[in-house]
Design a protein around this ligand. Structure first.
Ligand SMILES: CCCCCCCC/C=C\CCCCCCCC(=O)SCCNC(=O)CCNC(=O)[C@H](O)C(C)(C)COP(=O)(O)OP(=O)(O)OC[C@H]1O[C@@H](n2cnc3c(N)ncnc32)[C@H](O)[C@@H]1OP(=O)(O)O
Length: 210
């Protein structure tokens, strides 16, 4: 089938109105997210939560090297440039890589709440093919919080921050204690992380600012 921008626009509209699965609908008891008073100011870079993270780690040579910047409220932006290593079809980004970029961007939001949380559910709409060399302009926000459950949404646009939507996602993150990582992570990396003073400082920030 020939590439047709009109039908793509229709799909963007339908993705925006079709809604997500019931598991991603906040319950009636959900409340508005509250930006933590110690969250980075709008415009500030958030920094990596772990230097070897595939999404944001500076010391991860195979990673996406996403850098998120705090926005107003509980929102942020990030940019991701699709490199040849990210291909699925020739010259096009792999969908799993795009989902990773969305997952990382959504995960970074939890810094603004000062909560440690992991992805429970991630639903992704792939709306336009994304060629290698494209810079995706990602924008994400937390829409609701219910107990440990954090509901958030993200879009990735092409040709600038107000360009056409290429991917979008809705997610449910679940807040976890630090023990989630200590108990489940491979011993080798956990020990190294515990010995790293920078990692200890980042982790402590969450523990002393509940
Ligand atoms: C010094 C060393 C320490 C280092 C510290 C490092 C700090 C790092 C800081 C930040 C790291 C952030 C990393 C970001 C990376 C990007 C984001 C990712 O890719 S994260 C990886 C992918 N995700 C997972 O690996 C989760 C695997 N899943 C689990 O571990 C569990 O299933 C978990 C925690 C999600 C839930 O398990 P439960 O036993 O704690 O809690 P339950 O009771 O099952 O769920 C709580 C509520 O959430 C709902 N829920 C859970 N999963 C759901 C799902 N899939 N769909 C819908 N609802 C779900 C449940 O229905 C329940 O709701 P009701 O309270 O009853 O209303």
């Amino acid at each position: 089938m020939a590439w047709c921008p009109d039908s793509l626009d229709a799909r963007v509209r339908s993705a925006a109105v079709s809604g997500s699965s019931a598991a991603l609908q906040p319950p009636a008891s959900a409340r508005k997210p509250e930006r933590h008073p110690d969250a980075p100011a709008p415009g500030e870079l958030l920094g990596a939560h772990y230097e070897h993270c595939f999404g944001c780690g500076h010391e991860q040579p195979h990673g996406l090297h996403l850098e998120a910047r705090a926005g107003e409220g509980v929102s942020l932006t990030a940019e991701f440039t699709v490199r040849p290593a990210h291909q699925g079809a020739p010259g096009l980004a792999h969908g799993g890589v795009l989902a990773t970029a969305l997952d990382e961007t959504l995960g970074s939001l939890n810094w603004l709440l000062r909560k440690i949380a992991v992805t429970g559910r991630l639903e992704t709409d792939f709306v336009r093919p994304v060629p290698v060399g494209t810079t995706l302009h990602l924008a994400a926000e937390v829409v609701a919080v219910a107990g440990r459950k954090i509901y958030s949404t993200a879009t990735g646009r092409m040709d600038g921050p107000t360009g056409p939507v290429a991917v979008r996602a809705e997610a449910l993150f679940v807040e976890v204690p630090v023990e989630h990582f200590v108990d489940n992570g491979r011993e080798e990396e956990i020990q190294a992380a515990m010995k790293d003073p920078d990692q200890a400082r980042r982790t402590r920030a969450f523990e002393v600012n509940p």
